[in-house]
Design a protein around this ligand. Structure first.
Ligand code: SAM
Length: 194
């Protein structure tokens, strides 16, 4: 398999090969965000891409948001759309090299983009990046996808093996409000740090 490096992802944005980009906050996450009352939550969005989730949160009063992506182009796109967002909260680096702690981490087509061999590492890293009672919330594909390049699929049974050692699985169910092209193909997850 091709190495999924910073260059790999940067090229995707350069040539506009970004089929995953839905152009707006995903509906299940919007619904989740809308019921959050604590605007001071410290939030991380790794593999944020063009970061519509961050734009939505920021425009709805959440200010303590950190974004990480391999692609500077994607972060610049976000910054141009959201000029008030503090530049020092944009990190152009590898998620796996990041150290800090958060109350909420948002997953939106990042897990499916990493090499499946790193899935165990992803679960461990998410655990490390969360504060006590912190949550990992978002969407995971629940279908077979590519074997040799992103997006990589999977299923609930497999995902439980990665997350159960580190999280209490409060929700891992087929989302009932996905965008139409992803209808019945993604699990909404809410995992609480053990
Ligand atoms: C499939 S895209 C999803 C982007 C965005 N979440 C969305 O839904 O539009 C995956 C993103 O993760 C980023 N990425 C992949 N591996 C990464 C890593 N190890 N560290 C930081 N970013 C990474 C890529 O640059 C890309 O923007």
């Amino acid at each position: 398999m091709e190495k999924l490096t910073k260059d790999f992802w940067t090229t995707k944005y350069q040539v506009n090969d970004i089929g995953w980009d839905i152009g707006e906050v995903s509906t299940p996450l919007k619904k989740y965000f809308d019921q959050l009352t604590n605007k001071n939550l410290k939030i991380l969005i790794p593999g944020c891409g063009n970061a519509y989730e961050a734009e939505y949160l920021f425009n709805h009063g959440f200010k303590n948001i950190t974004l990480i992506d391999f692609s500077k182009i994607a972060l610049d796109n976000f910054s141009n759309r959201t000029p008030e967002f503090p530049k020092n909260q944009l990190i152009n680096d590898d998620f796996f090299s990041h150290y800090n702690t958060y109350d909420l981490i948002v997953e939106q087509t990042f897990f499916c983009a990493i090499n499946p061999e790193l899935r165990k590492e992803y679960a461990k890293k998410m655990h490390q990046l969360l504060n006590k009672n912190g949550r990992l919330v978002g969407l995971l594909f629940n279908i077979e996808l590519n074997k040799d390049k992103p997006p990589f699929g999977g299923n609930k049974k497999e995902y439980i093996t990665y997350f159960e050692p580190y999280f209490n699985i409060e929700i891992m169910e087929i989302a009932n409000n996905s965008i139409i092209p992803r209808s019945n193909t993604e699990l909404f997850i809410k995992l609480i740090k053990k």
